[in-house]
Design a protein around this ligand. Structure first.
Ligand SMILES: Cc1cc2nc3c(=O)[nH]c(=O)nc-3n(C[C@H](O)[C@H](O)[C@H](O)COP(=O)(O)OP(=O)(O)OC[C@H]3O[C@@H](n4cnc5c(N)ncnc54)[C@H](O)[C@@H]3O)c2cc1C
Length: 389
């Protein structure tokens, strides 16, 4: 057993840490206030070759894997959860192509993401179907005029990066939408300029501002046979399983950032002829939070290591879900503690604590809520995928 990161990963961690301190820390508040897409930081990521971390070298990426991407996201999210999301979006929509795409699909769609010439989004959720993926109503019927082609109709919602995306991964049912048959579901790659694709509305949200979530509408959208992905419900699950450590990395980064911020504050804040940081009641809260962050980090790094070995099928679900569940809950807890440690100052916009607090809440909802993760972990224990005997 070796708990050290490789030299390469340590180098990556250090260089992203510097970039985060120099470029992201000073921009975090402004991005939240204006809600404008931070193109300048996208360009910084592009310059630093961070957009292709999880994409193999043969498709223009750097092949640092899920571990590399998770480490970079952890560093970035210490200061900005939305910029952690920006990096996450290099993997979420490319995952299904890397897992089940044809060689031609990989050649056409992965290099653009790695080089930062294209952006993409992952269209799964619908107004009537979030956690209940099999309840989706978006329909893909065979195109009678194009062999192997499909025509898609439906609406996806809360799609991160939907307004900037050049292409979408869209999941739809090829049979009766009322059927819950898993084999009825297929994945499609849809170029955003295809006739019938529209983005009718953007959400007004409480945090993670700067990258919009949007409705994406598909009205008789024709998809050619070479943009159909070979995979059904299990492809969705495998894609999301492999993402768990990447979302978890946002959780640990945010928790680390919030706790460091509040710790520096209490060390300087005088009260009762001491500083707040000298009181044991505060110190124990810092200690408990630091312990939980490190536990979440271990879960996350192990999950990233598993996913990089292709271990994201059913039997690995408990380990993968645990890191997402725990790290996102720790982020919520740490950001709440940090705000409390600053008192009134923590509630005001002069400090980043209220931003951490709002931004953290997204993490227990996206890509499988905490309740969904608990269900998956429990299923794994009940079915002995996770068992200690
Ligand atoms: C900021 C943001 C960005 C997002 N980005 C994307 C994106 O890019 N692409 C995309 O496809 N989706 C995206 N989503 C949607 C997200 O994936 C869904 O919100 C999530 O899957 C939960 O679905 P829901 O909101 O419909 O909640 P529901 O499924 O309606 O659940 C509501 C509540 O009930 C609980 N619940 C549901 N089922 C169970 C159960 N079986 N047992 C116990 N409790 C249960 C849930 O945990 C939740 O607390 C985003 C959401 C947000 C907030």
């Amino acid at each position: 057993m070796d708990f050290e990161l490789t030299e390469e990963l340590q180098g990556l961690q250090q260089s992203v840490r510097r970039l985060a301190q120099e470029k992201i820390k000073p921009r975090a508040r402004e991005i939240d206030t204006t809600s404008e897409y931070p193109q300048d930081i996208f360009d910084e990521f592009k310059k630093a070759d961070l957009l292709g971390l999880c994409i193999p070298e043969e498709y223009g990426g750097s092949g640092a894997g899920i571990m590399g991407l998770a480490l970079a996201i952890e560093e970035v999210t210490k200061y900005s959860n939305v910029l952690g999301l920006m990096l996450l979006l290099t993997r979420l929509p490319t995952g299904p192509i890397m897992i089940a795409g044809t060689e031609d699909q990989k050649q056409r769609y992965l290099p653009g993401i790695a080089r930062g010439t294209h952006r993409a989004s992952f269209c799964l959720s619908e107004p009537g179907a979030g956690s209940d993926v099999a309840g989706m109503q978006t329909r893909a019927i065979e195109d009678p005029s194009v062999p192997g082609g499909y025509i898609i109709n439906g609406t996806k919602c809360w799609i991160s990066g939907g307004m900037q995306a050049d292409w979408f991964i869209v999941f739809a049912k090829t049979g009766d939408p009322s059927s819950r048959l898993h084999s009825n579901i297929r994945g499609f790659i849809v170029d955003a300029t295809t006739p019938g694709v529209s983005r009718p509305r953007v959400d007004k949200k409480m945090g993670v501002k700067g990258i919009d979530t949007a409705d994406i509408h598909f009205d008789d959208v024709h998809v050619a046979a070479n943009n159909v992905i070979d995979g059904s419900f299990s492809l969705i699950m495998q894609s999301l399983n492999a993402m768990r450590p990447i979302v978890a990395a946002r959780g640990i980064g945010l928790a680390e950032g919030a706790l460091m911020y509040a710790t520096e504050y209490v060390k300087a804040r005088p009260a009762f002829a001491k500083t707040i940081g000298e009181f044991q009641g505060i110190q124990w809260e810092i200690a408990k939070c630091a312990t939980e962050i490190e536990a979440a980090r271990l879960l996350t790094y192990r999950a990233a290591w598993l996913a990089d070995q292709g271990k994201f099928s059913k039997e690995y679900v408990p380990m993968l879900s645990m890191c997402k569940y725990y790290a996102s809950e720790v982020a919520v807890k740490a950001s709440g503690l940090a705000l409390q440690m600053l008192g009134a100052a923590g509630y005001m916009e002069e400090h980043l604590t209220e931003l951490y607090y709002r931004d953290a809440r997204q993490l227990t909802i996206v890509e499988g809520t905490s309740q969904v993760q608990l269900g998956l972990i429990a299923k794994g224990v009940l079915g002995h995928d996770l068992w200690w005997d």
